[in-house]
Design a protein around this ligand. Structure first.
Ligand SMILES: CC(C)(COP(=O)(O)OP(=O)(O)OC[C@H]1O[C@@H](n2cnc3c(N)ncnc32)[C@H](O)[C@@H]1OP(=O)(O)O)[C@@H](O)C(=O)NCCC(=O)NCCS
Length: 161
């Protein structure tokens, strides 16, 4: 995709923002947001990220396409700064990653977000159809669930076409 298109200003509702590939200077903000929202902090290579920013250049959110050793690719690290949520920013990040990502494209999420991703075409994957990485992760999540620390389950979803 041409850089001019990647850097094009977008509008969601009344909210203007820019979606662009991350640069190294974005890395501290990416790490901080991922840590603050407590999602998987492993595998945060800034080169794989896209970031959203306000017209004033304020970091607003991020997401990445993360390859795994079994050949699968995960749409991961979707996060939006708390003050900027509910305006379609995550949806725009997801649509961009979906348009750039391969098929099948996987994701993991908490069960409370299980109704969010189907509108982008993702559906839940059963354990016996998961690539190795996600099967292992699911096994660990199942163990954590069995400890009753949280009622939230981990879902693995896939976009196939
Ligand atoms: C989830 C998150 C990325 C959504 O960002 P956003 O910019 O507000 O998302 P959008 O405005 O594009 O869409 C909001 C949608 O998310 C849903 N949503 C947001 N947080 C939710 C939650 N905790 N539980 C269930 N649904 C949630 C809203 O119901 C809304 O759905 P709708 O479009 O059907 O009304 C944001 O809340 C966030 O950063 N959360 C913390 C990190 C996280 O959980 N990331 C997802 C990892 S899988």
């Amino acid at each position: 995709m041409a850089d001019t298109e990647r850097f094009a200003k977008q509008m969601v509702g009344a909210f203007h923002f820019v979606l662009r590939p991350a640069v190294e200077q974005d890395f501290p903000a990416i790490k901080k947001l991922i840590n603050d929202v407590r999602i998987n902090p492993i595998g945060l290579d800034w080169r794989r990220f896209i970031v959203a920013e306000t017209p004033e250049g304020q970091f607003a959110g991020c997401g990445q396409l993360k390859p795994h050793g079994d050949g699968s690719v995960e749409m991961a690290s979707i996060a939006v700064a708390p003050a900027l949520r509910g305006q379609g920013l995550a949806s725009a990040i997801i649509r961009r990653l979906v348009s750039e990502g391969p098929r099948p494209l996987y994701l993991t999420c908490r069960s409370t977000l299980g109704n969010f991703y189907p509108k982008f075409g993702f559906r839940i994957v059963e354990k016996d159809r998961m690539p190795r990485y996600f099967r292992r992760l699911s096994r660990i999540a199942g163990f954590v669930n069995s400890l009753h620390i949280t009622k939230d389950r981990m879902l693995v979803m896939v976009l196939e076409s």
